[in-house]
Design a protein around this ligand. Sequence first.
Ligand code: ADP
Ligand code: MG
Length: 583
Amino acid sequence: MSKFKELGLQESLLSAVADLGFETPSEVQEKAIPILLESETDLVALAQTGTGKTAAFGFPLIQKIDSASRTTQGLILSPTRELCLQITNEMQLYSKYEKGINIVAIYGGASITDQARQIKRGAQIVVATPGRMKDMIRRGIVDISKIDYCILDEADEMLNMGFFEDIQDILSNTPKEKSTWLFSATMPKEVSTIAKKFMHHPQEITVGDKNAGATTVQHEYYVVGGRDRYPALKRLADANPGIFSVIFCRTKRDTQRVAEKLIEDGYNAGALHGDLSQNQRDLVMNSFRKKQVQLLVATDVAARGIDVDDITHVINYQLPDEIETYTHRSGRTGRAGKSGISMVIITRSELRKISAIERKIKQDFIEKKIPSGIEICEIQLYHLANNIKDTKINKDIDGYLPAINDVLEGIDREELIKKIVSVEFSRFYNYYSKTHDLNSTDHSNKRERGRRSDGESAPKDGSVRYFINVGERDGYDWMSLKDFLRDKLGLDKEDVYKVDTKDSFSFFNTDAQFTPLILETFSDFKVDGRFINVEVSKNPGSRGGGGGRKKDRFRGKKKDGGYKKGNKGGSYKSKSKRKSGFY
Ligand code: ADP
Ligand code: MG
């Protein structure tokens, strides 16, 4: 019997589950679904983002709704339009084999008449943002006086966004006799207040530690001078060629500014914040989903709706004011069983905040260095070599080959390779070779705790960095590669560190004493018939710096020009003022 069947779901839902490809229930689903199906109870469920909360309330709600009646029986409140649409979408997929169930989304920034029309046709389930819901109640368009179920999804975020009074208002239009289900990633005071005020003896379920971030996320921080935030951001992007990232800023202004600068510098970046029109936000989100936008710069509020599962890095351009918010930010990566990295760019004076966040998320941060210009060049060089290797040959070139051969006559293979790579690489190299170290070196303010920060416990000059020719496309992430290396080398947990996986290659560090062992082990080592090659990386790890732009197949914009040597920070004059910040 399927695991979902054991939870008590009816056949029609099980068919939908099968179509969705869900094999086993997530923990929050396993805990919540039986409770909600078996009893009429209030419920508080705490689980991190990406743990499948939508289905945890969605399945039971659909099963309990009377589809023969047109009355609105279930109300789901969610903080943003994007989430509202996402929940509606998911719920429609869940209920695809149910007859006569209508699920309608109500949210701001779209025609109220259209939404009113849909409600009029009869919607057993309404998914709404608080603002528009209040509006529609006031206008008498929607009647929630007979609902049996009220779900507060992402309750912490709704309260963060100042919806407390709206929620109170909306709930005052619902019957006393109903079940209220509250779902939240974190449990700040305000959420307990809501639970106390509006719920009756709720059952409580918690998945993982309260407030803990997902354990598949590695948390890193980079200490820089206040004015080096932007060049540091660029280096982090440049050091991760396959990056697919959300970059968080504190204000709409910074969000817009950082996105604009990135675009000017040739990155595929976009901005997402509340000052953009709905249409602009939809455009940028669509491009992000399609990975045409690789770096999405967003405010916390706007980012709530991001339902993209394969984000590789979350970058905190600035730390949020509230620690809770950090949990939400980092929860954008490491979703759906994948691993992810949450990076914090921080100044020395803010370092205390890191300890506070560590206590909250019950996970340690790793102090990392902003990669040097040379390290970035090295990464880009390997990336380029791999791109060349993977490039599909264009048949139309054949006709020109004799002429090209004439031009390249007399150049041997090795020289040719050097030249081809140099075409691309010199620009990068010239750029980075003129820049300086971005890491803040003032240690007077160091964090109180002398805890080991990855790799830093090792004597610095005794640490060796290696290049290995496997990466994410071979199915490794930083955790599994670390495990693989430790296992093959018979080393301890702490002996392999600074593991950075890229698309088709990776880097890691060990103390120098292990270098002979490593080179020996991998001198003739095959996995699935393929040689695994490890080399000592030439990266000295400290000098170099500045900004820089990349150019690879993701970077459609500005393939040429705009590449100024020695221009600190790597930006050049804006060609035009772009209002919305996406291409
Ligand atoms: P949350 O609300 O907790 O942040 P979601 O409900 O948005 O998480 O789910 C995150 C992702 O996981 C979605 O893409 C969803 O379709 C998927 N998902 C949910 N439950 C399961 C499951 N049991 N098996 C596989 N994937 C699931
Ligand atoms: Mg959710």
